[in-house]
Design a protein. Structure first.
Length: 114
């Protein structure tokens, strides 16, 4: 990161968002205990569906998407913790990362076994 003479830096704005998503993913692992082994048990799209729900929730509580969320949410509703639109999108991003990581581990195992 190089500081410019005007006090700004030349890190793209999206880099901060990616850092937030990464930090949320780490929080899910360290504070919630959702380890890769735990995530690997969710092999019917649950992580992706949860991500979709948080992304839909960012539309706001007056949006008609709540009926969809009720049907799409993969776990007990005690685990449903929407906050505000931006934070919900960060959670969605972290859940997408978790699902991609799970798919990558699955593909690696299949390659090793194949």
């Amino acid at each position: 990161m190089t500081n410019k003479t005007d006090g700004t830096c030349d890190i793209p704005a999206h880099a901060w968002v990616i850092d937030e998503i990464s930090a949320e993913r780490q929080r899910q692992i360290s504070e919630e205990g959702w380890s890769p082994e735990h995530d690997d048990q969710h092999d019917t799209g649950e992580l992706g569906r949860a991500a979709a729900c948080y992304a839909l929730a960012s539309a706001g509580s007056r949006s008609p998407v709540w009926r969809i969320i009720e049907q799409l949410w993969p776990w007990a509703f005690e685990w449903w913790k929407p906050t505000d639109p931006r934070r919900d999108l960060v959670k969605a991003g972290a859940l997408i990362v978790a699902e991609i990581e799970r798919l990558d581990r699955l593909a690696a195992r299949e390659t090793d076994n194949g």
